[in-house]
Design a protein around this ligand. Structure first.
Ligand SMILES: Nc1ncnc2c1ncn2[C@@H]1O[C@H](COP(=O)(O)OP(=O)(O)OP(=O)(O)O)[C@@H](O)[C@H]1O
Ligand SMILES: [Mg+2]
Length: 339
């Protein structure tokens, strides 16, 4: 495996394999960031940026210092959702080493306590960061002066996107109640899951099987996490227990966006059931956000939804989801220091 980051999911700590990037071991340990939340989902235009920006505002309004980072390396636009003109300093300045710390890329938004690191707009080719840059970026994100860091992810299932997702304590998957989005959502969950297992150092013995599973046309015909588990149980019974343990810690959260009917809302529950039944993955369905034209009105005005329509049902739903996340997962803090 050539990745440098060891991923921990769902309240487990992010650690960095410093032996692959020796200068990291000399850095001070992060002290303040309680959690990183990320919003992904595999497909474009499903509300990832809306959800990421709204959660960030909700957390900031609760008294937390929050920094939202636009990790959509190919098509950054989180700044617009947050009502900020494209700043001169962006993530690209950090990635291109024009600045030495991520801190200096933070710009303040109109929301008290909410900072933004805008996405790299002008960076041809950075949509695929090499492992050492991923490690560096994730390490610096943990060292920001913030209680919460929110990653707004790009569409697709590139390794970078999956790795940002997996490096978060809370990984949120946004879905629309449409077949294309559901299909991409499953693909995203499955890809993230296999990537997660692939990056678990103590599952190295079964790397060939995990790698096979990541290829949809693999000769072993492994198509889902449960089929991988069956194969591992047969061929490497000792490893099956470890694999089962890892399966249990992988728990993405689900948000159904743009729901218009009860059937749309129920699709979220079905995705949860199907993920458990066919993938063996336990998802937490956090709830739905209804379709509301106030979203595009806010987008057109280049103003955050949370500020433009504070009394809308959508804003209450976002606040409720944020509160639930904190109540259920908020105290689980990154415990282990970076190595
Ligand atoms: N709940 C909602 N109600 C109405 N419209 C919505 C809702 N959520 C998102 N939208 C609309 O969908 C569009 C896409 O949302 P957003 O930019 O947040 O998606 P995205 O997943 O971040 O897209 P990309 O992959 O391109 O970054 C927005 O312009 C907005 O108008
Ligand atoms: Mg977006």
């Amino acid at each position: 495996m050539d990745g440098t980051v060891k991923y921990m999911f769902d309240a487990k700590p992010l650690a960095v394999e410093a032996h692959l990037d020796p200068h990291l071991s000399a850095r001070p340990e992060p002290t303040r960031v309680k959690q990183v939340w990320s919003v992904g989902g595999g497909k474009g235009g499903i509300g990832k940026s809306l959800i990421a920006s709204s959660l960030a505002i909700a957390l900031a309004r609760m008294g937390n210092r929050v920094i939202a980072i636009d990790m959509d390396l190919g098509g950054a636009n989180l700044h617009t959702t947050l009502g900020v003109d494209l700043p001169r300093q962006t993530l690209n300045d950090f990635l291109k080493k024009r600045v030495s710390s991520l801190d200096s890329c933070v710009i303040e938004t109109s929301v008290p306590r909410l900072g933004l690191i805008s996405g790299a707009q002008d960076a041809v080719g950075i949509a695929n960061l090499p492992p050492h840059q991923m490690t560096d970026l994730l390490t610096h994100a943990r060292m920001l002066d913030a209680d919460y860091v929110i990653f707004d992810l790009g569409a697709g299932t590139s390794f970078n996107t999956l790795d940002f997702f997996l490096a978060s304590e809370i990984g949120l998957v946004a879905l629309l109640p449409e077949p294309t989005s559901i299909e991409n959502g499953y693909r995203f969950i499955k890809s993230a899951y296999f990537r997660y297992l692939y990056n678990c150092p103590h599952l190295a013995d079964i790397h060939p099987l995990i790698e096979a599973a990541m290829d949809p046309k693999n000769e072993l015909n492994i198509k889902s996490p449960s089929e991988l588990f069956r194969e591992v149980s047969q061929s490497y019974p000792d490893m099956a227990i470890r694999l089962k343990k890892e399966i249990e810690t992988f728990q993405p959260k689900l948000i159904m966006n743009q729901a218009r009917t009860q059937t749309d809302i129920d699709i979220g529950s079905s995705v949860k059931t199907v993920s458990k039944k066919y993938f063996g993955i336990e998802m937490d369905y956090l709830g739905f956000l209804e379709y509301d034209s106030c979203v595009w009105q806010a987008v057109r005005r280049k103003k955050p939804l949370m500020l433009e329509f504070p009394n809308s049902k959508l804003v209450s739903a976002i606040e409720k989801i944020t509160e639930n996340l904190i109540t259920r997962y908020g105290e689980k803090r990154s415990g282990a220091p970076l190595r």
